[in-house]
Design a protein around this ligand. Structure first.
Ligand code: F0G
Length: 460
C-alpha cells in the first residue's frame, strides 16, 4: 500500500496570534532574561515548548462546560460529574479534588508517610519528592538502569527494577515502606512508559508485603498508548481498557490534570479505601477547600470531567498527541541529532552533553543550548541537567546528573505539524553551528530550586 498520511482528529475554531520576533529582539530578550528560559516573557516566544503542563487547548465541549459549572460551595453538580468521570475512566471510587498535582501529592504524603519512612519510586519528580521528604520520608530510586542511558532503546524504560525494590524491603523492612510511588510515562526519564507486566508484578510484589501502590497517573494515558503499541496482547485493546487495567494494579493515584486531562488547571487524589479517603478529606479542608471542590471552581471541575472523558473517547486523540511528538523526534533522529531514545510521550529531550561535547558540565551545556535555540528561531525549551539538579547540601558542590538534557515539551492540540517543522529546522541549524556555542556562568544563583530564577552570562 502506498504511504498514507494522517492528520489531527480536530479542526481549529479559534486562533491565538503569536508575535514573530527578529534575531535582535531575541538577543535583547534572552540577555534581559539572564539566559534563563523561565525568565523570558511569553510574548517574546514564538513556539513555546517550555512545558506540556496546563498548556493544552480545550475543546468546544469543554469550553461549553465552563458556562455550565455549578459554583455551589457544597455538593456541586460539577463535582459529581467529575467523580463519575474518574470512576469510569480510572476506576477509583473515592475522589479528592485539588488545585493541581502537587496539592494531591501533599495530601497523600501527609496521610501515608511517617518520619523515617522510605518511599521507593521510578525516578523522582521534583514536587513529588519534595512532598515525600517534607512529610519525613526519603525517596529511593528503583527505576531500571536503562532509564539513565539516553541511547538505550529499551521499550519500557519507566519500569521498576524488582531486584532493587526487594533490596529496599529487605534493608528497611516492609513496615517502613508505606507505598511504592509508581510514575506512569516517567517525565524526567524522557516520557518513558512502564509495561503492563511491570505494573502487575509490582502490585503482586507489594501485595505480599502489605505495601500500597500509589500511581502518579499524570501521564497514564500516554503510557497506555505505548503499551498498546509495544506490548504483546494489547494491540486490539482500546486505550480506555488499557488505562483502566493499569489503574487496577494500584490502590490509588495522584494526577496533575494539567497534562493528559486537557485542562489548564486542576488535579486530584483518587483512592479505593474509604478510610484513606476520610483522612485525606480532613486535610483537604485545611489545605485546599471543602471536600466537594477542594482546589477547583465548579467550572474547572466541569471542564476537567469533560476532558477526562474526551481523552479516552476514541484512540485517535492519544495517537495524534504522541504521533506529533514522534513526528518531531523522527525528523531529529533522521538529521543525526542526539536525543533520548526511544522518543517519549510528551516531548523531545535533546542530549546537550553530546551536542555540546566541547563544554564541560560546569559550563551548563543544556542551559546554553536552550538559550541558543531560543536565539535561533524563538523556540523555548527547558534545561533538565546540572542547573536543575542543584547542589549537594553537605558538600556545596553541584550535583552532576548523568543526563544533561534540553526538554522540548509539546502542548496538546496547540501546535501544527508546520510548527514542528520549524522546530526541527531550528534544532538542525543550531546543531550545525554547535562548536560556536559558548558556555555560561552564574551572575545570580538562588539557594533553592535555582533553575527557576538563576541568571547567567556567556563565558568569553
Ligand atoms: N507529577 C509529574 C510527573 C509531573 O510532571 C508534574 C508536573 C507533577 C507531578 C506536578 O503537577 O504541576 O500540577 O502540581 N510537571 C510539570 C512539568 C511542572 O513541566 O513537567 P502540578
Amino acid at each position: 500500500m502506498p504511504h498514507r498520511s494522517w492528520a489531527e482528529p480536530y479542526k481549529i475554531k479559534m486562533v491565538e496570534p503569536i508575535r514573530m520576533t527578529t534575531r535582535e529582539d531575541r538577543e535583547q530578550a534572552i540577555a534581559a532574561a539572564g539566559y534563563n528560559s523561565f525568565l523570558l516573557k511569553s510574548e517574546d516566544v514564538y513556539i513555546d515548548l517550555l512545558t506540556d503542563s496546563g498548556t493544552s487547548a480545550m475543546s468546544d465541549y469543554q469550553w461549553a462546560g465552563l458556562m455550565l459549572g455549578d459554583e455551589a460551595y457544597a455538593g456541586s453538580r460539577s463535582f459529581y460529574h467529575l467523580v463519575d468521570a474518574v470512576r469510569e475512566t480510572y476506576g477509583y471510587e473515592e475522589l479528592i479534588p485539588t488545585h493541581q498535582g502537587r496539592g494531591a501529592e501533599h495530601i497523600l504524603s501527609q496521610i501515608l508517610i511517617k518520619q523515617g519512612d522510605v518511599v521507593p519510586g521510578n525516578m523522582y519528580f521534583t514536587t513529588t519528592r519534595f512532598h515525600q521528604e517534607y512529610a519525613g520520608g526519603s525517596f529511593v530510586d528503583v527505576i531500571i538502569d536503562e532509564a539513565h542511558e539516553p541511547d538505550s532503546e529499551h521499550p519500557f524504560k519507566g519500569n521498576i527494577d524488582l531486584v532493587k525494590l526487594q533490596a529496599i524491603v529487605d534493608e528497611y523492612g516492609a513496615d517502613r515502606v508505606p507505598y511504592v510511588s509508581f510514575e506512569t510515562n516517567v517525565n524526567l526519564a524522557g516520557g518513558q512508559p512502564a509495561s503492563m507486566a511491570n505494573f502487575r508484578e509490582v502490585y503482586e510484589f507489594c501485595s505480599r508485603y502489605g505495601i500500597l501502590v500509589m500511581l502518579d497517573a499524570t501521564r497514564a494515558l500516554e503510557n497506555a498508548y505505548f503499551i498498546q503499541q509495544r506490548e504483546g496482547g494489547y494491540h486490539d485493546k482500546s486505550i480506555k481498557e488499557i488505562l483502566a487495567e493499569i489503574c487496577s494494579y494500584s490502590h490509588g493515584a495522584t494526577v496533575s490534570s494539567k497534562k493528559d486531562n486537557l485542562v489548564n488547571i486542576g488535579g486530584f487524589l483518587a483512592v479505593r479505601d474509604p478510610e484513606l479517603a476520610r483522612r485525606a478529606r480532613a486535610l483537604l479542608v485545611a489545605f485546599e477547600g471543602l471536600h466537594t471542590y477542594g482546589g477547583m471552581s465548579g467550572r474547572d471541575m466541569e471542564a476537567l470531567a469533560r476532558g477526562i472523558r474526551e481523552m479516552v473517547e476514541t484512540d485517535d486523540h492519544v495517537a495524534a498527541r504522541v504521533g506529533q511528538v514522534l513526528y518531531l523526534g523522527e525528523k531529529l533522529i533522521k538529521a543525526g541529532i542526539p536525543i533520548v531514545r526511544p522518543v517519549g510521550g510528551h516531548g523531545i529531550f535533546l542530549d546537550a552533553a553530546a551536542i555540546l561535547s566541547h563544554l564541560p558540565q560546569e559550563h551548563f551545556p543544556a542551559q546554553a543550548l536552550t538559550a541558543t535555540l531560543y536565539l535561533d528561531a524563538g523556540v523555548r525549551g527547558m534545561e533538565r541537567g546540572i542547573v536543575s539538579a542543584g547542589r549537594d547540601p553537605s558538600t556545596g558542590d553541584h550535583h552532576y546528573p548523568r543526563l544533561e538534557l534540553v526538554r522540548l515539551a509539546i502542548p496538546r492540540r496547540v501546535y501544527t505539524q508546520a510548527h514542528m517543522d520549524v522546530v526541527a529546522e531550528s534544532v538542525v541549524s543550531v546543531y550545525e553551528e554547535r562548536e560556536r556555542v559558548k558556555g555560561l556562568r552564574f551572575t545570580y544563583e538562588p539557594p533553592e530550586l535555582r533553575f527557576f530564577q538563576a541568571r547567567f552570562e556567556p563565558l568569553d
